[in-house]
Design a protein around this ligand. Sequence first.
Ligand code: HEM
Length: 405
Amino acid sequence: MAWAWFAFTDLILCIPCLLFLYYLYNNFLVSHPPVNFPIVGMLPSLLANVQQFHDWIANSLLVNGNLYFRGPWFSGMEYFFTSDPANVHHIFTQNFQNYPKGGDFLEIFEVLGDGIFNTDGDSWRFQREKLQLAMSQKSFRTFIAKTTRDKIENALLPFFSQTVEHDRVIDLQDMFSRLSFDMSCILSFGTDPGSLSMDLPVVPFGRAVDDASAAIFYRVSRPAVFWKLLKFLGIGQEKKLAKARVVIDQFIAEAIEKRKHEMNEGKHVCPDLLSSYLNDEDIPNSNEFLRDSVLTFLTAGRDTISSGLSWFFWALSQNRQTEENILRELSSARQNITPKGMITFDPEELDNLVYFKAAFMESLRLFPPVPLNFKAVLKPDILPSGFTLWKGMLSNLHCPLAFDN
Ligand code: HEM
């Protein structure tokens, strides 16, 4: 009987504690600028807001565009967030050498290997030059236009048409994600995984890239010791990442082997990035380097396009007047009618639509597909806004306000 009495009093005592924690959570943590607690620093604020990370950081930057973030003591989590254009300019151009991507970044994004995202100095300069060369070639640009047109005409529009016919509700973000994934795979190594098909298949390679992205975000938003422990124990997000890596590596290795074989046989091959790299004698043709390069290119193009399109259509759904104005402007452009009776437009035609382009740019400004850019700090530096950065910190450039003007 006594134990029941103790349990009851424990429960009674727990209620005010829980109410107090709930009060703390609502009034100091969720949707509030970070609070710097003793010992744990701002980590509780970060964890409480991790689901709306970008909104939370953007709101915290509204006050003056700069924020020092301090994690738990000795965790090494020392970040400086800025959206001040003068700081961004300083970090990206005036004192560029002092802000490499840095070792922490490379560890977090290790799945991308030595691709352009993960390199600094000469290797970065070399890869940038080669990418610019590949992307500026006429054959590659024509290939981009053809791939986009094919996918829109043969996959996206028929899908939409069937959706309307059957009066179904669809997840537009998922559609755009599938569209950009298929397009990025074709442009990177000429393989169409066909994720945007009528039956919306689960493509293991696509799922693996998603799992890897989720694990990377987990790494970014937690102290390194957290994810390193998960990695050591082989559990949680790190377990998913390890599995995803196997699928990714195998899929890309097969695409590279197939392409090398086709080229050795003298067959006509797709003018994609992989072919362009294999045709360039200056570029190492080791499978490892090619894997890192095409995977980086694929990741760079995939989520940016789908995020940009999803936000644009979401913004339109909130602004009926803008939608009508765009439709009116589009009616003045020359239309192509596909064999299935769908309407498409040539890119050159759309180039002249001032209102449409401005609306799209505004959507990119408000909802940037790449809202954060990480930089390490090599030597202590004072930013134009007067804030001091010290060696070992990570500076994070947050876009919504950086591109305000
Ligand atoms: C709305 C679409 C896009 C946005 C907003 C965007 C934004 C960005 C940003 C902010 C960076 C970092 C720049 C830096 O650190 O200097 C970047 C880098 C890069 N992006 Fe994009 N991107 C988009 C689409 C694409 C697409 C479609 C591709 C390729 C298919 C691509 C390929 C790359 C590459 C290769 C880099 C690395 C460049 C470097 O490190 O010098 N991006 N992008």
